[in-house]
Design a protein around this ligand. Sequence first.
Ligand code: C2E
Ligand code: CA
Ligand code: CA
Length: 681
Amino acid sequence: MFARTGHRRTLHLYFAAMGLAITLLFLVDSRYYAAATIDEAARLLQWRVALVLLFYPALFGFLAIYTGQRRYRLPLLLLAGSVACLIAVNFAMPYSLRFDSLQPVVQQPMPGGAHLQLYSGDISGWNIASRLITFSVLLWGLARTYRLFLDGLRRRALLLGAALATLLLSSAVSFLIDLGVFNFIYLGGFAYFGLILFVSFSIGLDLHGMNRALTATSEKLQHQIEVHEKTEEYIRQLAFYDSLTGLPNRAKLEEVLEALLVRQVDGFKEGALVMIGLDDFKTINNVLGHDVGDTVLKLVAERLGTLKVPGALLTRFSGDEFVLLVPDLGFEARPADMTACDLARRCLDVFSRPFEFDSRILELEACAGISVFPYPSATDNKPVQCAELALNRAKSQGRGSMQLYESGMQAELADRLQLERDMRSGMGKDEFQVYYQPQVDLFGKVVGAEALLRWNHPERGFISPAVFISIAEKSGLIRPLGDWVLQQVCEQINVWAVKAPAFQGHLAVNVSNWQLTQPGFEERIEQILTDSGVDPSRLTLEITESAFINDLDDAIARMNTIRALGLRFSIDDFGTGFASLSYLRRLPVQELKIDQVFVKNLGTDQADTHLVETIVSIAHHMGMQVVAEGVENEGQRSALRELNIWALQGYHIASPMDRDRFLTWINQHCKQPLASAQAKG
Ligand code: C2E
Ligand code: CA
Ligand code: CA
């Protein structure tokens, strides 16, 4: 009802007008009853009547708004007009509009001994007209009040109803006094005053209610603000903190670092970034499960957190990498590099004790890459990138290594990027070739060959696949390159079918994990086989153990699809990766390739010899064929003969050859395989 501020203001205005009229009425009344002459009494009566008349438009306006009456302005205007006319008449008549004549009647005794002079006279017709107006307003007001009551606003309706009823009663009494039915002082002022009191009380209660509602709303708002703040904090937490370890994350590190590098300092300072990468964490995750992996990460975070380095920020940078940011190495009076390396050493030392949890004991190792950076820095030395480069280098040096960033590393990176560009352009320009390295059995019979990729770089000459395959993998070029190798091999199989029909061996093609995990790999193999028409059983795909590290089930599913096409699988470099016999059994693999490092020491190193014996016996047990690679001398060859393996590959048999030389070679060796191969040995 008070919803609109404009309405409320008008309501208060009417209320104030009513209050003013009544205050003045009291003033006039006090003088009217003490008037010394008839004239004075008549003048004061005129004022009295005018004030009472003025009261009613104000009351009407007030009631209309207070009770929610719509379209009240026109009636109000009419009422105001009538009142104005009546007031004019009132002042025009000698004894006000109430009486045609006026004379003192009795003296009314008051408590305290005073006497009030009462007047009366012949009632005028205007009196009845004015009474009609006031009664109508009051009766209409009561009707509105009844509506309020029905609308459920009971308290408000009862208070207002009581006030209006009192006013109605007092008006009736006044009219009776005017009619001369009895003599008494007019009680209107008190009744009006009562109305003001009642209404004040009601408005007060309303205001109190509104106040309470306001307080409740403000409390609700306060609560919502708190919830909002908490949510914001939570979002910040999500954005800048790692939920597993509770450590700040990479985004936080970058934020802090960015602010640090532009900070104004006296002179210049040196900070360090130590990036710690866990060794073989993926294996833990895959073999022992993600729960164990998570626990390990938490424990590592806890241990690194116990290192007390002034001002340092420890963050979880990525899956298995943590970064310790030390903003100022100045806390030790030594060259910054030395201090940074000491810090890295301390970080790696936390791995010296095994991690014990859930009745497990895990030995973990980690590598560290360190970058030291001066600031405020104008150079574009990017500490994070440098530490990453250094960590990569450390990882290539073996488990538990650490490496300080050196300026050459950036150049190395640039060099890699250049090679990547060269590779892209070289692929369309016949710079790549496939070489073939024969595989023979223990009697020298040719059983197959391994396809090995060669890159003849226009400026750098032959580049080893050991160098460019990893670049191809990281740049995604491995996909077209790998497809191309397979196509070349299939093409050659068809060529040899014509030019060297005696050669019926398997062709082994290296497949990197990146290829195996790429969507659509199976379909592309099928397509290449269909296009070339080659018998799939002539092809062996060589994969390494690391192919199973990320998602063993997925790898097995893909391998089964390929196996169903008729291709064979061989595990390359067997024994160097993470060999778990438990999953070896689940793989659709027909061949194990013993890595050259074991073959190298065959016959000379007792432990390696035993290891190879064990691998061979396990493979045979699982119905797999064994190939030994890197056979370089007769000693190794005879040791392998003892082990009864299936095939040998290495410089001692033949080096990798381009397709033309390989064609000549097979034409020589496939006619009389036994004699010729042994003759070479
Ligand atoms: P790998 O599969 O282990 O290949 C065997 C490597 O040993 C070849 O090196 C081969 O030339 C070399 N080798 C052969 N006989 C002997 C020996 O008697 N003694 C010694 N010390 N080494 C011998 P290469 O050709 O440089 O290839 C290096 C690696 O590059 C390969 O290792 C393979 O992992 C990868 N690679 C080569 N071609 C391809 C390819 O077409 N696709 C993919 N994805 N990777 C390839
Ligand atoms: Ca291989
Ligand atoms: Ca190998």
